[in-house]
Ligand binder design. Structure first.
Ligand code: IPE
Ligand code: IPE
Ligand code: MG
Length: 253
């Protein structure tokens, strides 16, 4: 069972801070290039920013933070960069999980993990188990994740769960099988690095998310910029297909 009803059917509470923020952390390579450094230097700096964002979410009472770390298309990068990214991932898990746990953060990794090395898969499994009881912040790292992959794997699992059913499937049949069924749909989506595209991130879940794009490169991003995105979110009227007047009359009509 999905914990949350979709925002396409029921209005989420208008909270002061967004409940769920999803981020495409883009621009590490360009940040490094500007400094005549190897691309990986940008990724190293990018990990520092993840730490800062987690802290910011804890301070602001944001309950869900989902970060796109590696897309299903990123395997197309030079082999050396891919393997350095994997090493960074391993290192981050080895070094950060203890602290995340102490701060009440529940860590999940969403994506097709089968393509990762056994050591990395094991570290992910351990980190998820260790932090499973935490409730302060749900931190999800999308790794080897693709929105289309997610919809397809969910469809396959949905069909397998009820093999006798012939037709009449509804959105609510699929949703419990999606990789993020444990979370409400993102309220705010942020992409750094200037590109204005979704790049196969949470396709299903972003249906009614407020989108925020900034030219700032991910390693330059900080809490001040994060707060600008939140303020921009707070100034928007989320209508979910309704008229402005309906919202002031009956919020869940
Ligand atoms: C995002 O930064 C990080 C990953 C995709 C792993 P990029 O590496 O895409 O940086 P740019 O877009 O080349 O600057
Ligand atoms: C998207 O970034 C994925 C991550 C940030 C992990 P990319 O930089 O790979 O996106 P495209 O391919 O340029 O759209
Ligand atoms: Mg990029």
């Amino acid at each position: 069972m999905a914990l949350f009803s979709s925002s396409t059917r029921q209005l989420p509470d208008t909270a002061v801070v967004p409940r769920h923020v999803a981020v495409i952390m883009d621009g590490n390579g360009r940040w490094a290039k500007k400094r005549f450094l190897p691309r990986v230097a940008g990724h190293v700096k990018g990990v520092e920013l993840v730490r800062e964002m987690v802290r910011a979410c804890l301070e602001r009472g944001i309950q869900y933070l989902t970060l796109f770390a590696f897309s299903s298309e990123n395997w197309r990068r030079p082999q050396e960069e891919v393997s350095l990214l994997m090493q960074l991932f391993v290192k981050a898990l080895e070094q950060e999980v203890e602290k995340l746990d102490r701060n009440g953060v529940r860590l999940r990794v969403i994506g097709d993990l089968s393509r990762f090395e056994p050591r990395l898969q094991e570290l992910i499994r351990q980190a998820e188990a260790k932090t499973a009881a935490n409730t302060r912040l749900n931190l999800s790292i999308a790794a080897n994740y693709g929105g289309r992959w997610d919809i397809m794997q969910a469809t396959n699992r949905m069909l397998a769960a009820q093999p006798e059913k012939r037709g009449g499937w509804e959105e609510s049949d699929l949703e419990p099988h999606l990789a993020m069924s444990f979370a409400p749909e993102p309220d705010l989506f942020i992409r750094t690095g200037g590109e204005e595209r979704i790049s196969n991130f949470l396709l299903w879940q972003l249906a009614y998310t407020e989108l925020y794009f900034t030219p700032m490169l991910w390693p330059d991003f900080n809490t001040v910029e994060f707060d600008k995105a939140i303020v921009s979110f707070q100034q928007r009227e989320r209508r979910f297909g309704r008229t402005s007047e309906q919202l002031t009359e009956k919020p869940n009509a």
